[in-house]
Structure formats: C-alpha cells, structure tokens
Design a protein around this ligand. Structure first.
Ligand code: ACO
Length: 323
C-alpha cells in the first residue's frame, strides 16, 4: 500500500525573542505567574517585515533542502494557518509564488491550533488517493498580530513562527512497522466556538479582530479531547503508549501536555516540550517542535511519533507516523 513518508523538515523563527520579563513592562503580569501556569519562558515575535508568508517560505526552503528536493518535485502545498497575510488569496499561493513554483496547487487549511494535524491528514489523503506524490506541509503563524496586547489573560500565551515537512508517496506493506503516516483521526465541535475565537472577520465586522479565550474552559475540555482522539489512533493500529518513541503535542500549556501524557501512560522522557521556548504558536507549534527534536538528535528515522493537537472550534486530532 502507499504510505506518506516524511522525507524532510525545517523551521523558521522570527528574529526577536520576547521574554516574560519583557512583558512585565507592558502588562500587569509576572514571570512567575506565566511560568507556573503555562511553562512559557519566552516566545518569538515577528518584526514588521516578517509575515506568515515569509516565515512559511523560509521554513519550506529548509525542509526542501533537508529532503534534497526542489519545488519542481512538489505537486501540492498545504499551509496550516489562522493568521494569513490577507483574507485572500490563500497565503499558500503566496508561498508557492515566493518559492518559484508555477505548477501544481496550493491552499490554506484553517483549524487553528489543530491546523498542522489537519494539514498532514489532508496531505496523506491526497497521496493515498494518487492525486499527489510529494506534498509540502507548512504550519506558519503570526498570532502576535491578532492578540489584544492589553489583555494579560491571552497576550502572554502566544508566539510566532513556522515549520514545514515534505511527505512523499512510498510503497509500504501495510503493517505498523512501515515508515510513514500509519493513521490519523480528526474531530471538531462548533458548539464550543465562544470559548476560543477571534472577534472579527470579513463577513461580520470587516475587521481582523482579536483573539478571545475563556482559558479555564479550554483547559477543562483539552485533556479529555486529546486523550480520546489518541486512544482512537491506538485502537486503529493496535499500537500502545509503550510503542511510542516520541510524543510531539501541540504546545499550548505545559500543564495540559503533562496531564495528557500522564492520562495516556506516556513516559515523561518521550514528551517533546518546546512551549517554554516558543509559547503557543498555534499551527506552527508541532513542526517547530519536530525541528527541535530532530536538531538535538532525539528524533530519528524509524521512530514512532505521536502528533496531537487541540484548538479553536473546537478542533482536535492525532496522527501516528513512523519517521
Ligand atoms: N498574569 C498575571 N495574572 C493573570 C494573568 C497574567 N498574564 N492572566 C490571568 N491572570 C489572573 C486572573 O486575572 C485571575 O485572577 P483572579 O483570581 O484575581 O481573578 C488568576 O490569574 C487566575 O486566572 P485563571 O484564568 O483562572 O488562570 P488559570 O490557572 O486557568 O490559567 C491559562 C490561565 C494559562 C490561560 C489556562 O487556563 C490555560 O492554559 N488554558 C488553556 C489555554 C489553551 O491551551 N489555549 C490554547 C488552545 S489552542 C488554540 O486553538 C489557540
């Protein structure tokens, strides 16, 4: 059977680092509060000349180099983002142009913090149906542009950045020791809309709007939703927490990640945690964490990796992939 195998990855971060102590100067908060409640120590914030498209382009170039490929080898670009450069055209098309690619297709995928999991799953479907051979999957965000910098309950949580992977159609035998995406499970439930949303948009206010969140409400649902969809991934493959080499979750909050890993009996040593360095970068957080785990030598070819995310919508999902 055809498998979607990851053949390259990369990331790009804005130049500017903003530490918790920097935020203490502009909002009524403290390093102690932020670290204790979230695990975040710092985040990267895009400068004026850095956008979702420019960060996404840079991450894509690194991923293509890492794969030893050029855009000529790619037939589809999927960009996961909730902070596009413009309402339209899709920022994926902008990135396609920046990369000098005139063939194939490119589109954006909007599932907020679950965007990368949704995009990887979509890439896998295109590959399995024979509609694409190699897909560039990017998660890129500039959440700093939709934050209300006077709202201390949200502005301390998020950051900017981008990550990308290249997935390629390869022949597998259909067993769980195949390389590539083994299973993916997506969920959404729009009844939770008011708990995490942006209070603007083209068809309502004709403004971009700001992120609004009932943090405690999100927290309350997060662990149950995350563990439920991961258990579905385990059930579909017969794999268990013991089989996992690396758990690479969406990086929203250390406490959510710790509680999810504990509930699933995933060994702490297998959890890739980057929320301390990056904050919550929404759809970019998983590929940024992948980049860290590869760069520091942890994540290697053949490892079994569990990706998971939950975000605005609510949306949530999990992917099991053998690297
Ligand atoms: N600095 C200092 N104090 C603060 C800050 C701050 N930055 N923010 C809030 N507080 C205060 C509150 O005003 C409140 O004070 P009060 O008790 O006097 O009213 C107190 O701290 C506690 O506030 P809570 O909101 O109850 O704090 P909580 O422990 O729930 O932590 C947090 C808040 C970190 C937001 C947590 O609820 C959380 O992580 N929720 C999940 C958020 C999340 O994961 N979102 C991302 C989803 S992904 C996506 O799709 C974007």
């Amino acid at each position: 059977m055809i498998r979607s195998v990851v053949v390259g990855s990369g990331a790009s971060k804005p130049r500017n680092v903003v530490k918790n102590s920097d935020l203490e100067k502009s909002v009524d908060t403290s390093d102690e509060w932020i670290v204790q409640r979230t695990g975040i120590h710092q985040r990267y914030i895009a400068a004026e000349d850095e956008t979702t498209a420019s960060l996404g382009e840079a991450a894509a170039r690194v991923a293509l180099d890492d794969a030893g490929l050029t855009v000529d080898d790619i037939d589809l670009i999927i960009l996961a983002t909730s902070t596009p450069n413009n309402t339209f055209p899709a920022t994926a098309v902008d990135i396609q142009h920046r990369l000098g690619m005139k063939h194939g297709a490119a589109f954006d995928m909007q599932a907020v913090c679950s965007g990368f999991v949704f995009a990887v799953t979509t890439a896998d479907s295109f590959i399995k149906s024979g509609q694409a051979k190699r897909v560039l999957v990017i998660g890129s965000e500039t959440f700093s542009r939709i934050l209300d910098w006077e709202d201390r309950t949200t502005c301390v949580l998020f950051g900017d950045g981008a990550g990308a992977i290249v997935v390629e159609a390869q022949e597998g035998v259909g067993l769980s020791n195949d390389r590539g995406i083994l299973t993916s499970h997506l969920r959404s439930d729009g009844s939770h809309r008011e708990k995490l949303f942006v209070d603007g948009g083209p068809s309502t206010t004709q403004t971009v709007g700001h992120l609004r969140m009932q943090g405690r409400e999100v927290f309350k649902h997060a662990v149950a939703m995350i563990t439920d969809v991961i258990e579905a991934a385990f059930d579909a493959t017969g794999l268990t927490a013991d089989d996992i080499d690396w758990f690479i979750p969406h990086q929203a909050n250390r406490r959510i990640i710790d509680a999810s890993a504990k509930k699933l009996n995933i060994d702490k040593k297998k959890v890739v945690m980057t929320v301390d360095q990056h904050g919550n970068t929404s759809a970019a957080s998983i590929p940024l964490a992948i980049d860290v785990a590869i760069s520091d030598g942890r994540l290697k070819k053949g490892d079994l990796v569990l990706l998971e995310a939950m975000g605005g919508g609510f949306t949530w999902g999990a992917v099991l992939v053998r690297w």
